[in-house]
Ligand binder design. Sequence first.
Ligand SMILES: C[S@@+](CC[C@H](N)C(=O)[O-])C[C@H]1O[C@@H](n2cnc3c(N)ncnc32)[C@H](O)[C@@H]1O
Length: 255
Amino acid sequence: MPFESASGRSLKNVLIQDAGYTPYEDWAWQGYRLAILAFAKEYGLKHLMEIGGGRRPLFTPEECAAHGFETTINDISPVELENMKVIFPTACFDISGDISSPEIKKGHYDLIYSRMVFEHVKDVEQAWKNIYQLLSPGGVAIAFYPTLYALPFLVNKLIPESVSTKIVDMLYGFRKGENMLKFPAYYDHCYGDAKKVEPMLKQIGFSDTAVMPFYGHDYFKKLPVLREIDNAIHDIARRKNLASLSSYAYAVVRK
Ligand SMILES: C[S@@+](CC[C@H](N)C(=O)[O-])C[C@H]1O[C@@H](n2cnc3c(N)ncnc32)[C@H](O)[C@@H]1O
């Protein structure tokens, strides 16, 4: 297989041993870059695509150059890509849409990554099928997404978008101006419970898969009583591996 692992380790082991995975929300945010770099190093991956990179791609062009990455930034929104402050090759398409256009390079990307994108995708199974097509043989993909049944995301899924936007504005007021876009969220296949996601990934044909849950979030930081109750639930869920109560997850796959 191209991109043979130097040590023959699984994605899960690379994530634990090299990136230092722990099931805490804080680590999920800090560890995302570490995880991508660990996979790139382990499997010698060079052609990268960020899905839903929007106006703020994860790596700078300088960082990509230092690691020898050739990186393309994808987004469904041309406005997001036009507002990117740095220069990268771009590919504007829906990751769950029709990718038959010859301009979309199939079998080309060694490492495809996304952060806070899959909850906005209506048909996540189709997104993974498209990722399978876009990946080169032996290529790796990672999706970092919020999970059901964490309370804030469950509520966001159940109540109308206009109401959830108002609540977030009221509580945090951080969605104003150019930074404040709120994309509709569906949470299709957004689970931290591997049993709910891995069969679908295996069915698509990925040779190695893992779903790694994270517990905790700071949505209730201004609501003391709710925050304490919710934190206690996260602690129990983490200690007892109740992944259905996780708040975030990484789904990682290898073609
Ligand atoms: C919440 S933002 C996250 C941006 C960035 N990944 C980050 O972590 O800061 C979600 C991004 O995903 C893009 N997006 C939503 N649905 C998408 C789809 N089906 N295909 C590709 N991009 C999508 C949005 O346009 C937006 O730029």
